[in-house]
Write a protein that binds this ligand. Sequence first.
Ligand SMILES: CC(C)(COP(=O)(O)OP(=O)(O)OC[C@H]1O[C@@H](n2cnc3c(N)ncnc32)[C@H](O)[C@@H]1OP(=O)(O)O)[C@@H](O)C(=O)NCCC(=O)NCCS
Length: 188
Amino acid sequence: MKPASRKSITHDKKLFLLEQLAGKIRLDSFSCPIAEYNEYLLNEAVRSQNDRMALTWLFRERSTGAIAAYMSLIADAIKLSVTEKELHNLDYPFKTIPAMKIAKLAVSASFQEKYRGIGSLMIEMAAHIAEACNEHYFACRFVTVDADIEHNESVMEFYRKNGFVPNDEMNNKRRKVVSMRKDIIVQD
Ligand SMILES: CC(C)(COP(=O)(O)OP(=O)(O)OC[C@H]1O[C@@H](n2cnc3c(N)ncnc32)[C@H](O)[C@@H]1OP(=O)(O)O)[C@@H](O)C(=O)NCCC(=O)NCCS
């Protein structure tokens, strides 16, 4: 249950820092209602990072070190339909378009009770990371996500509110996840 009096994280975001997962950080304090997301952070995130399969970022409270949220990011490439390419002004013959995927995203229940907007802030920070790739390393046009409707059936609404739309090309009817994308370039 989320209290109506929750503060916006934007007022307190300086009390937190975003840092990459590292061996010395204790992960067992994190807890969200979906067990799979707790288990991933505790048991799989370090291995995935060492194997260059997913890089995990932790949003931690400076004063306590507690993990308020985490996200795992991976390189991605998405197919777009002809209509979608037109929508994004992408007149290229390539089969796929470069992207970065938020492979995991979860907010700790205790911090979610205190603050609204942590999930949205994580998406904003993911978009900044994608922008940094564009400025310094390689091109990335979209931030993508497989919205996990199996575990959180209304979660597409959260992503919609954060500028994501479902992908025509990558979705079918029997689905546990819905592939969604957010354009890095804001169209006029
Ligand atoms: C989904 C999750 C990341 C959202 O984080 P959050 O900090 O609660 O989200 P925010 O406070 O930034 O919410 C932004 C908006 O989305 C809405 N929203 C958030 N989660 C939602 C959901 N599951 N269904 C519908 N709307 C949702 C909020 O009400 C808010 O709307 P508003 O701006 O109109 O007030 C978080 O609930 C979570 O970690 N869930 C468990 C793991 C999970 O499902 N991860 C996503 C897997 S793809």
